[in-house]
Design a protein around this ligand. Sequence first.
Ligand SMILES: NC(=O)c1ccc[n+]([C@@H]2O[C@H](COP(=O)([O-])OP(=O)(O)OC[C@H]3O[C@@H](n4cnc5c(N)ncnc54)[C@H](O)[C@@H]3O)[C@@H](O)[C@H]2O)c1
Ligand SMILES: O=P(O)(O)OC[C@H](O)CO
Length: 343
Amino acid sequence: MKPLSVAVIGAGSWGSALSIVLNSNGHNVDLWMRSPEQLQEIKTTGINQKYLKDVTIPGAIKLSNELKTAIEGKEVVLLSVPTQSVREILRKIKPFLTKDQIVINVAKGLEVHSKLRISEIIHQELGAQPCAVVSGPSHAEEASRGMPTTVVSTSKEKKWAEFVQDLFSNEYFRVYTNPDIVGVELGGSLKNVIAFGAGISDGLGYGDNAKAALMTRGIREIARLGEAMGAEISTFSGLSGIGDLIVTCTSMHSRNRRAGILIGQGKSFEETLEEVGMVVEGIKTTESAYELSKFYNIEMPITEQIYNVIYKGVAPKEAVVQLMSRRMKNEMEEIVESKKLNW
Ligand SMILES: NC(=O)c1ccc[n+]([C@@H]2O[C@H](COP(=O)([O-])OP(=O)(O)OC[C@H]3O[C@@H](n4cnc5c(N)ncnc54)[C@H](O)[C@@H]3O)[C@@H](O)[C@H]2O)c1
Ligand SMILES: O=P(O)(O)OC[C@H](O)CO
């Protein structure tokens, strides 16, 4: 692919890391951030200390805190702000956007008040605009250092998913396409809820057995909700399903897991968010996931207990007791019922 001009909106850890990936692919990157102090710091030190310390931001990446300059004339606009800020940012960039620019979202979450996926928010705010989504197991701390990473690109239109595949792919960053935009977005969003729970389990001092249980039963409940919402079930055994769940539940880099660990250790939510210092998407997405599970009448016991811890003040240990003392079940209950197996 010939070098393109890309505006990256949001210089948190992921926006910074993806700017580095795109820059290493020869693209011309403008990295926008809202804070003039952050811009000054990166200009002076070459380091984005709060969000991606120990990694140098290449000088070829243009730093900006003017949205108009960052966006105008760019071929690609990549959104890397927390889910709950996406709508606000879209409203701010809309006056500078033209209909030939592709908007790529890399955030993973569901909007709290609407419970919408981010591509749906983009469609609501921008109407007919080329749009794609990147998701999958990818921590900024690794991708920014050129460590092997695989992700998925999706879009309602195959050509845009393939465009994103070409834009990002290189010898350490491999992009698969997936036509299932609903599944890819839900997988990336809902895994944060389970990862927060896996962190709580670690913080309580529970072990690998507990985490394996949360991951295995967690992906089942994500897939149940996903299927009810129109996703392809097989997406949840792919990179933006089990792949992202594994990395987020096990990685020392995960903000969701780290936040869960602190909660499990008894810290308050205020202390936890202060200490993590970056967005913990799973907290707000838990509320959307819980409400969606009620709306679609889907059993999501792990999500429900995490919801109880976050929003009802239930003690993490008590939430685990509640999970472990549920009615006895057949692991394949849905299959036995749907296939009417005589078992
Ligand atoms: N960090 C990762 O490794 C990683 C990997 C894949 C996906 N993601 C997803 O990318 C999204 C961003 O995550 P992150 O880790 O970069 O977050 P972060 O907390 O590191 O950075 C968020 C950035 O957005 C900015 N921001 C917040 N609200 C804003 C607003 N209203 N207007 C403008 N800027 C605003 C912050 O100043 C910050 O620069 C999340 O949805 C996350 O799940 C992160
Ligand atoms: O650090 P987390 O928990 O926000 O997760 C980051 C990515 O989504 C992992 O794929």
